[in-house]
Design a protein around this ligand. Structure first.
Ligand code: CA
Length: 350
């Protein structure tokens, strides 16, 4: 039967790989952060409505050990902490989530991200700054309950894609962020590889420990930065070598590189693939690059569709982090073969 199907496909000019390739996943970066203040419940709900396969949460710990969904260990870029609690900044002039209880954090007002030095919005055309914002921080547990509720009421199945932020910094503060995250996920019933969860981190020591010390079965993704960003003490150049990637594959199922690590400028100014994705696929790793934005395209790329084409159909990433998930859903609905299950790519990198 399968043989006859293959012959038929060959006759009509279709090739098996294009049908066998699973549909890439759409990961809503900090929720639908292109449309609503990042990491709010509103942003997660909208990402769900726009058809994201996974919704991203960045998490840090509060003083009383609550996992709070926020991109930074600091508070001032997305909340009004500086005006509410001017006296509670540290000597470096910054306000840290870990210095506040969850009860205090939940009273802060959240707004569209600004540059704390200038007070100017990072993305001026996005959601307007409000004098009296109604947006609030939320906990990881609240986001999980929201997404589960929407999964039930809509019949869609959207997963979570959690990044634990700066575990080495948390350790210096006497906290084990990775262990706290696994505990929270376990409380919500997430323990198995097939559960709709990815856990990501820039720190390979802390990420590996989830597998080797805490023995989690959950799918882990190693984020890759540039060494100059100092996201962790890791050497990200070494992680991108054949040997580095084989090492990553011993504890993670995939990598999350930035766009500049998978695409580079060719001789005539066109974008061409770096060796990274092919190398990662050979090591058995899936690749979910960050971050695509309709309103901040890389130089020389004319449209979000052109960027999605390059990322998904030229260099064959297995998914994308995107601030406007609807753009990727629309693109995939047009070009991806029908009937394929989003997220089924985990064991079968292309
Ligand atoms: Ca993140």
């Amino acid at each position: 039967m399968i043989h006859r199907l293959l012959c038929l496909l060959a006759l009509v000019g279709l090739t098996l790989p294009s049908l066998a390739a699973p549909r890439p996943i759409v990961i809503a970066h900090r929720g639908a952060s292109g449309y609503l203040p990042e990491h709010t419940l509103e942003s997660a709900a909208y990402a769900h409505a726009l058809g994201a396969d996974f919704i991203e949460q960045d998490v840090v710990l509060s003083k009383d050990g609550v996992l709070v969904v926020i991109h930074d260990i600091h508070l001032e870029a997305t909340t009004d902490v500086a005006t509410r609690h001017p006296e509670r900044r540290r000597a470096d002039g910054r306000w840290y989530a870990i210095d506040f209880s969850w009860d205090e954090l939940r009273q802060l007002r959240v707004r569209e991200r600004v540059n704390p030095r200038t007070g100017q919005p990072v993305f001026p055309v996005r959601f307007p700054q409000q004098a009296d914002s109604t947006f609030r921080l939320c906990t990881l547990g609240e986001q999980i309950e929201l997404i589960r509720g929407l999964n039930q009421s809509t019949g869609r199945q959207t997963g979570i894609y959690v990044e634990f932020k700066d575990p080495a910094w948390h350790a210096a503060e006497g906290r084990n962020l990775g262990a706290a995250l696994l505990d929270e996920l376990r409380r919500h019933g997430f323990t198995r590889r097939e559960d709709p969860v990815f856990v990501q981190c820039f720190d390979p020591v802390a990420l590996r420990a989830l597998r080797t010390v805490h023995h989690t079965e959950l799918r882990l993704v190693q984020l890759l930065g540039d060494n100059s960003w100092k996201e962790s003490s890791a050497d990200y150049d070494a992680l991108q070598t054949e040997e580095g990637l084989r090492n990553v594959a011993s504890y993670a199922i995939g990598i999350g590189p930035h766009l500049g690590q998978i695409l580079q400028r060719g001789p005539e100014g066109t974008a061409v693939a770096t060796p990274l994705i092919e190398r990662a696929h050979r090591a058995g790793l899936v690749v979910h690059p960050y971050t695509l934005r309709t309103d901040a395209l890389p130089p020389g790329i004319p449209s979000i569709d052109a960027l999605l084409h390059l990322t998904l159909d030229v260099v064959h990433a297995d998914g994308v982090f995107i601030d406007q998930p609807d753009a990727a859903v629309r693109y995939l609905d047009r070009v991806a073969p029908p009937g394929l299950t989003p997220g089924s790519s985990v064991n079968t990198p292309r």
